[in-house]
Design a protein around this ligand. Sequence first.
Ligand code: PLP
Length: 457
Amino acid sequence: MSYQNYSLKQLQQIDASHHLHPFTDHKELREAGSRIITRADGPYIYDSEGNELLDGMAGLWCVAVGYGRDELADAAYKQMKELPYYNSFFKCSTPTPVLLSQKLVEIAPEGISQVFYGSSGSEANDTAVRLVRHYWALEGKPEKNCIISRKNAYHGSTVAGTSLGGMEAMHKQLGGAVPNIVHVMMPYAYELALPGESDHDFGLRAAKAVEDAILEAGADKVAAFIGEPIMGAGGVKIPPMSYWPEVERICRKYDVLLMLDEVITGYGRTGEWFAAQSFGVRPDTITTAKALTSGYQPLSALLVGDRIASTLVEKGGEFAHGYTYSGHPVACAVALANIDIIAREGLVERVKNDTGPYFAQALGERIADHPLVGEVRSFGLMGAIEIVKDKATKERFSPSGSAAVVVRDHAIDNGMMMRATGDTMILSPPLIWTRDTIDMACRRIRKALDLAEADLR
Ligand code: PLP
């Protein structure tokens, strides 16, 4: 039966009665009712009441090529008719994961040679934890199994993903984390740089926290360091350019593997295929998902470097790990078509040379001077707006997080879908945004800020 036979109220009632949502206060949801998104086209989403919203979040950081791409629907349909599913266990394969792996290795940073598939970023990070620990065991160092991560990191919502992540609220509900994971400071200059400390020096100091953690645990006990090149869900926290090369140097010095979580930054968002290329580092693993299929199908790919890959082959023995949907033929067919669109339309270069710089300039010229804004920052098509009570002192509104929600609600009422995390507004639009779309977004955000200012003062 079509949803069109139901009124909004009915859908909301059924939703509240039977559907548990991710990261949601279900008491509040029952009171407020959900916004039901029914269709989308290009950069816009539409709700059941016909409201058009410019999607500043690309769904959930994923719809890189925008909505309504027939090519992706056709790729899924064709593959479903030909072979909807077969597994890749027991020495079997299907053509699309084979060809996708070849494609991913071709566009990945140098040194990546293998791919392991899952259906979500969280699964891919679980795989990454299993894999690096397995690697060190194969190398005869099973005690080298500690993983260093960062406070406020987001690496997914499974038990391993939550343990890797540094979100306090999630840890509180975990009831027992995966052992041997430690968290160091994040490279977030706006709040953590010392008075007078340069961006460059702050980046080196934040990297030094990784070295300190390695020395504290003992280098012979540390398997890897994991980080999002730009922290996404934690508030688009962009490290100084000095940070990643120094982290890489430290990892190499102590023979610690470098794992990048590019679930958000992968496939063009930073103006390169991968942020590893933007920051000039060569990781041992790269976790990817989201824009791999532009969200049209659930798929993740853990990209694995030569060092781990060759040990797996040379030492042999089963890696006792995998998912029913690893290398799903339909999801991989859609990923191939999606990567083809990104390449053919030159979206990565466009972010690097045109829309990325224009986005930074527009936020800087049209949003940064607003009295509610403490800082704007962006990298490629990923941006953040810090909401403050006092620009000069950086004092926040109380309670923490309350003001950004007011801005977000006004933004949505004015046709701009964006997200608030803590006191930070975040933007991660589809890569198809043009200069005109950026102009439109800035007008709507400015209006939302003005309305919020009137409410909050
Ligand atoms: N890693 C990062 C950096 C993410 O941003 C996310 C999700 O937002 C994940 C992992 C988890 O991905 P998923 O929600 O597909 O499990």
